[in-house]
Design a protein around this ligand. Structure first.
Ligand SMILES: O=C(O)CCc1cccc(O)c1
Length: 531
């Protein structure tokens, strides 16, 4: 048997092996590679998958992409920021629900963005390819593993039947809904018992006549005779989704003639439009209750699946990757014990549960096929919309218990607003940098010991002021002042993944805040626990 060299030079043990090279595997490879680790990625597909899957991400994901040099506003070929309502309509066209997807959100980017996934993957791959310490092996499937106290040996098989092994200190399964790494971990699953087959049709272009239907560009037709989704698919592209009805089989639904028959009422024909992909998916709502066993970890669809109606599938995976890459760096560098990685699943599972629940709620609106039930739903929702008593949007989710305090800010997402440092005005991460920060109001000043602890953590202290100064940025829109006042805080400790560790209500609370964070990382490296 051969060995795949994890990276040129060095020992034959990679620091991290990633199984699966979709956006989540790519993002992990990029982040850990940039942190200097030897990363080996194995992907069963022989080459990059050229067709769209996810088409939507939110402002938080915009910030995550900004952090790796792929800010949404620099990708006009790939990302189309959305600036309209996301509407839900009855069969007769009257509105049932209007979700406000206009303008920028708290992370500084549009709350809604539609994109072309193959284009994004190409950009991520371009960045990964620049790293000599990350190797990507297409056409290799992980088929087995053996774990010892120091590493995991992955057994790999190529499509041609060649076999090899790969040793890595940590293995991440970013290998999608049918994850083999998940089968090795064999975690208990929470399953909300939601199974609906939908035909997803992606159009690379569509006839001019169809465009009159795209107002707003993203909407749902809650017609019990054929629940249908119309959303953009990135610049110049469209996606339709058609629910499989009880009397239909997925194969009949997906037949090419049937695809065109379903598109015809929308003015879309083979003569004026190009179908890029059509496939039936079973929308599901489930997540793992455990995301780590020993040296094996899960991320993305391998750890959770949700209906697409909130457009949060890929974004949830990139949030996993951001949380995990940061914590794995701490563990690999000996700055934290492996047990820190147990906070990863605990935090992310609770967070993703929120999006699964809101996607389910939206799904339960559209998936009704009983005309009487649909009529009752329509009446109830139209009345609520008229009276302005429809359910308000859920607040942003909070991380589950983990590496944060249980104070008003702990586990919540920090904001990203415009600041000025005397040289430039821009979004906080572009001006100040990434990597975690202690954000201070003008009256808070960390003592030298607190500063030393922060330095040791590779974090900086940044004060907010009226004008830029040494160690201070101007809060040009007053967004940070408002945020601190909402949190009743004089300082906020923001983790590198943009979530809040905790807040200090008075300057006297500052040293304790920073000290608690440092000790929560438990710096003494210990042997990895088997479970
Ligand atoms: O990108 C995704 O995860 C799905 C895209 C999407 C967005 C909104 C509604 C919908 O049915 C699908």
């Amino acid at each position: 048997m051969d060995r795949i060299p994890p990276a040129p030079g060095g020992s034959d043990t990679a620091d991290v092996a990633i199984v699966g090279y979709g956006p989540v595997g790519q993002f992990l490879g990029l982040s850990l590679g940039r942190a200097g680790y030897r990363v080996a990625v194995v992907e069963r597909q022989a080459r990059a998958y050229p067709l769209p899957r996810a088409v939507h991400f939110d402002d938080e994901v915009g910030r995550i992409l900004q952090g790796v040099g792929l800010a949404p506003d620099t990708l006009p070929e790939v990302v189309a920021p959305y600036d309209d309502f996301y509407e839900w309509r009855a069969a007769d066209g009257t509105a049932l629900l209007r979700l406000d997807w206009r303008g920028p959100g708290p992370s500084g980017w549009n709350v809604s963005n539609f994109f072309h996934q193959p284009g994004l993957e190409l950009l991520l791959h371009g960045k990964v390819s620049n790293l000599s310490n990350v190797s990507v092996h297409h056409g290799w499937q992980a088929t087995g593993h053996r774990e010892d106290p120091d590493a995991v040996e992955l057994l790999l098989e190529s499509a041609e039947g060649a076999r090899t092994t790969l040793r890595a200190r940590w293995v991440i399964g970013a290998d999608g809904a049918n994850s083999i790494v998940r089968s090795w971990i064999d975690p208990p699953m929470s399953d909300l018992g939601y199974f609906h087959d939908w035909l997803v049709v992606d159009l690379a272009s569509c006839g001019a006549d169809a465009h009159r239907h795209f107002t707003p560009p993203a909407w749902q037709l809650c017609d019990p005779a054929r629940p249908t989704t119309l959303v953009p698919g990135g610049p110049g592209r469209r996606r339709f989704e058609f629910m499989c009805l009880e009397h239909e089989t997925p194969a009949a639904l997906a037949a090419q003639d049937n695809v065109w028959a379903l598109l015809a009422p929308w003015g879309i024909t083979p003569e004026n439009s190009a179908v890029e992909r059509s496939a039936v998916y079973t929308f599901q709502a489930r997540w793992c209750d455990r995301w780590r066993r020993g040296r094996l970890l899960l991320a993305g669809d391998a750890a959770h699946l949700m209906p697409p109606f909130a457009g949060q599938g890929m974004g949830s995976g990139l949030r996993d990757a951001t949380n995990l890459a940061w914590k794995l760096d701490l563990v690999l560098s000996g700055r934290a014990a492996p047990e820190l990685l147990d906070t990863y699943g605990a935090e992310r599972a609770e967070h993703v549960r929120h999006f699964i629940a809101s996607s389910m709620e939206l799904g339960s609106v559209i998936c009704l096929t009983d005309p009487r039930a649909a009529e009752q739903r329509d009446r109830r929702m139209q009345e609520a919309l008229r009276a302005g008593t429809e359910q308000p949007p859920r607040p942003l989710p909070v991380l589950g218990p983990g590496l944060h305090r249980e104070d008003p800010g702990g586990g919540t997402l920090s904001i990203q607003a415009t600041v000025e440092d005397g040289y430039r005005t821009g979004l906080f991460d572009d001006v100040v940098g990434t990597g975690g920060v202690l954000l201070l109001s003008s009256e808070a000043e960390p003592d030298p010991r607190t500063r030393a602890v922060l330095d040791g953590l590779g974090m900086r202290a940044v004060r907010l002021g009226d004008r830029p100064a040494e160690g201070a940025v101007a809060d040009t829109t007053n967004a940070y002042r408002a945020w601190l006042s909402e949190l009743d805080a004089t300082a906020v400790l923001i983790r590198p993944d943009h979530y809040v560790y905790g807040t200090a209500s008075t300057p006297a609370d500052l040293p304790g805040l920073v000290r608690d964070f440092a000790s929560a990382l438990s710096p003494a490296p210990r042997p990895v626990s088997p479970e």
